[in-house]
Ligand binder design. Sequence first.
Ligand code: CP3
Length: 347
Amino acid sequence: MSVVSSIVNKPLLNVLNGHREKIPPVWMMRQAGRYLPEYRATREKAGSFLNLCFNPQLAAEVTLQPIRRFNFDGAILFSDILVIPYALGRTVDFVVGEGPKLEPITEPRSIQEIRREIDHGKLDPVYETIRLVKPQLPEHVTFLGFCGAPWTVATYMIAGHGTPDQAPARLFAYRHPDAFDQLIDILVKASAEYLIRQLKAGVDAVQIFDTWAGVLPPEEFARWSIAPTRRIVLAIREAIPDAKIIGFPRGAGASLAHYASEVPVNAVGLDWMIDKTFARDRVQKLKPVQGNLDPLVLIAGGRALDESVDAVMRAFSDGPFIFNLGHGITPETPIANVEQMLRRVRG
Ligand code: CP3
């Protein structure tokens, strides 16, 4: 399988196999989203955000929209990291203008009420979306699945909503480390099973989003981000030895070098805050990297955008590299700026 995947004509997959591409493959985190009028129209048709995630026809449609418009090298499955708490029996809702709302976890004993096994029946529409998208992708496009890392998913499960610094989850983990360990264990098992099923349904690679890694001190980062993500990667490889996996611990800072050496992912996602020389010398020396244009410079456009694209290219394009943003694209981004970015990257 590894022989075949290293010769197929998919530049992004080639980079995940450790090769350098002359023109780096490019995609954007959150590329299916509200900055696209065609996304907003499909989203309207679906009614709620979760209806969109769980309607395979519509989810497949929005997965393909950015590929049709921009011919990206990667297509990311349309879903959300919070379908895992939902499949574990928690209530999950997305309130327009406010973001996700879950039933919060305030007591250690609430952890006992959480299912130990995910209900794959609830996630069947996600696997069906993958089967619908797969045959519609151009040959050069790498299909990416994803999940949230246990720490990041836990922050939403504990607080019940987004917070600027994830204080509720950090406090819970300090006060009730054993109960928090149990929650992380449940999420490790659920996430590994979920990603294995995505890979078996047809995605070429998966990304593990640890969006809130950066709020943890180094010791807690090792315990709640590095160790659980490592367990997920090893569990996937036990089932699918050749599985391609990207890890994205946003905000890890200097701990990124530790993450890159301890977590056996195929590539590491870089956020826009990381020092590029550090990332090249301490991370890209070990494995391919992906990133890391500031999503805000993509809103600004103009000369600032060209200069930032050039700086990212200068830093990373001598080694195995996937061009991306340093976090998700935001709804206010002009489409013309995405086109400008692509022209600059692809020449
Ligand atoms: O295009 C893609 O990248 C694929 C789809 C995708 C979504 N969410 C769709 C979405 C992916 C990969 C995610 C990941 C995700 N979801 C993360 C990790 C990456 C990141 O961006 O930090 C997190 C933390 C979430 C949880 C989440 N989902 C939040 C906090 C919100 C509300 C904030 C917001 O941007 O509105 C969502 C909603 C969400 N997920 C939207 C989309 C397109 C917007 C909702 C809508 O369309 O109504």
